[in-house]
Ligand binder design. Structure first.
Ligand code: UDX
Length: 479
């Protein structure tokens, strides 16, 4: 039988924290000779500035197709409305996804899809792949630690640890997440666990989509084997074929140093570069709350006043949709900040974190930001906003000891105190040593012979094998 051309279709949630690692994965697999098509929404494709389906964003290696998300063209799709986008996608895009999955060869003159890589938080994509008998692999763009917390929700409910009792002590440890019994508190579970009813629809949906991972042919993490070794032992007991190929951005750069900068979700304001270059080494705090966090004006003011009274200069990426509600808070912050710091709309985060003037990262603990902070060797001050960020920040402070966790508080005194602890004294030195070790470990993992490189080769091998299996199945059905 002629060798099947492996063709992978990857369909991430239309959110930057999912799209960014998927675009890097698409480049990496393309470099390994796998044909890749990335499917996104019409809105995201326009936002990524791709000029045509075969050359998205100046990339030359994979195809980018898009389908409607079911919302009106003029819907703002702002950070605070991302759940509306996901709900519309789940309701309106199943049919369009199936069309691309089974007939992309007609749509964009490519070989038939032989393997689907589905977003771990988009259950219908796995269901459609199963119905069409196309093997699927799950890509969980957040980390193993939050995956395992979500996977353990049935155990937490069975043990009576969910839902939380009324007026409970949120610092009490939970005992039903294997491997996390000694440090995971109620407040460190994903925010969806703070519901009052174990049958809450969102809690059940996240739990069941995570449980469905056991039906996939494999599970991809954008993480490093040595970072989560003990945890991955537990995960492997339920999902035996797990590929930890992160940090995917670093893995891509190790394979092709010419690769371009990450997607420009907002217009990058380069005015910060000269200001940052003029600052002394490790004297600046970089502040960013990712692409989905929305803050009340009162919270923004608490962070601003805390940063100013810490006495350290800061560079703060303030997206146009960071403020929950109307108003241009960035303009006000810019006017007040002047010589104290630099307020810009959007930066190249990996470049800023790698800058010698940056000494600490005040972050919301999104998984991509957490990995980028580790790669840059920068201690983190964590203010998690929702979902997996609660677990990520606990690992940063209690397991890896590379930062401080400000979870569930937002006052200027705590902000100032934690900035000082991360920037000066023995606590800062210890965190810097620890994150420096993890940064070196990340670098080694993507080098020739490193664990992420080995897992990548295994993933490529398995995609080829699955593609042969899928093609043989099709031939068998056609005779
Ligand atoms: C979302 C969820 O919120 C997060 O919890 C989950 O782990 C991934 O999906 P997001 O909130 O956007 O992600 O945070 P994060 O995962 O950190 O991704 C943000 C990305 O935006 C990072 O890759 C970061 O480098 C980039 N970024 C952010 C910029 O490039 N410039 C900026 O100014 C700010």
């Amino acid at each position: 039988m002629e060798k099947a051309t492996p063709h992978v279709l990857i369909f991430p949630l239309p959110l930057l924290g999912h799209i960014s690692p998927v675009l890097q994965l698409a480049e990496v697999l393309s470099l390994r000779g796998i044909r890749v098509t990335v499917l996104t929404t019409d809105h995201v494709k326009r936002r990524l500035g791709s000029d045509d389906e075969n050359r998205p964003m100046g990339r030359k290696r994979f195809s980018l197709l898009s389908i409607p998300d079911g919302l009106p063209a003029d819907h703002p799709r702002s950070a605070g409305q991302f759940l509306e986008v996901l709900r519309s996608l789940m309701v309106n895009s199943r049919h369009a996804y199936r069309d691309v999955l089974v007939s992309s060869c007609k749509i964009s003159k490519t070989p038939p899809v032989t393997c689907a890589i589905v977003d771990g938080l988009m259950p219908f994509a796995a269901e459609v792949a199963e119905e069409e008998e196309i093997p699927f692999i799950v890509f969980r763009t957040s980390g193993p630690c939050s995956f395992w917390a979500y996977f353990s929700v049935p155990k937490l409910i069975e043990a009576g640890e969910l839902p939380f009792p009324e007026e409970c002590d949120m610092d009490e440890l939970v005992r039903s997440v294997p491997g996390m019994e000694t440090f995971l508190r109620r407040r460190d579970l994903p925010t969806i666990c703070r519901v009052r009813d174990a049958n809450d629809a969102h809690l059940q949906a996240l739990s069941s989509s995570t449980q469905r991972t056991t039906r996939a042919r494999g599970l991809i993490f954008n993480s490093i084997e040595q970072l989560d070794a003990a945890l991955l032992t537990h995960i492997n007991s339920c999902c035996p074929r797990t590929y930890t190929i992160g940090p995917i951005g670093e893995l891509l750069r190790s394979l092709d140093c010419s690769v371009g900068s990450p997607p420009e979700w907002w217009r990058e304001d380069r005015s910060y570069a000269a200001w940052l270059d003029a600052q002394p080494s490790k004297s600046v705090v970089y502040v960013s709350f990712g692409s989905l966090t929305v803050l009340r004006r009162s919270q923004i003011l608490e962070f601003w006043h805390g940063l100013v009274s810490s006495g350290y200069r800061f560079i703060w990426a303030v997206r146009p949709d960071l403020l929950d509600g109307a108003g241009d808070v960035a303009a006000e912050l810019k006017a007040w900040t002047e010589e104290k710091g630099c307020v810009v709309e959007w930066v190249n985060q990996t470049a800023v974190l790698a800058h010698p003037s940056v000494g600490a990262f005040l972050t919301h603990s999104g998984w991509n930001s957490t990995l980028e902070g580790i790669c840059a060797g920068v201690p983190m001050i964590c203010w998690p906003f929702f979902f997996d960020q609660m677990v990520n920040s606990r690992f940063v402070s209690e397991v890896w000891r590379i930062g401080l966790d400000m979870k569930d508080t937002c006052d200027r005194g705590t902000v100032a105190k934690m900035v000082k602890q991360a920037m000066e004294g023995e606590s800062a030195e210890e965190m810097r040593r620890n994150v420096g070790r993890l940064s070196e470990m990340a670098r080694q993992s993507v080098d020739e012979g490193g664990s992420s490189r080995v897992h990548l080769e295994q993933l490529v091998h398995d995609i080829r094998a699955l593609s042969l299996e899928a093609s043989a199945l099709k031939v068998g059905k056609s005779v």
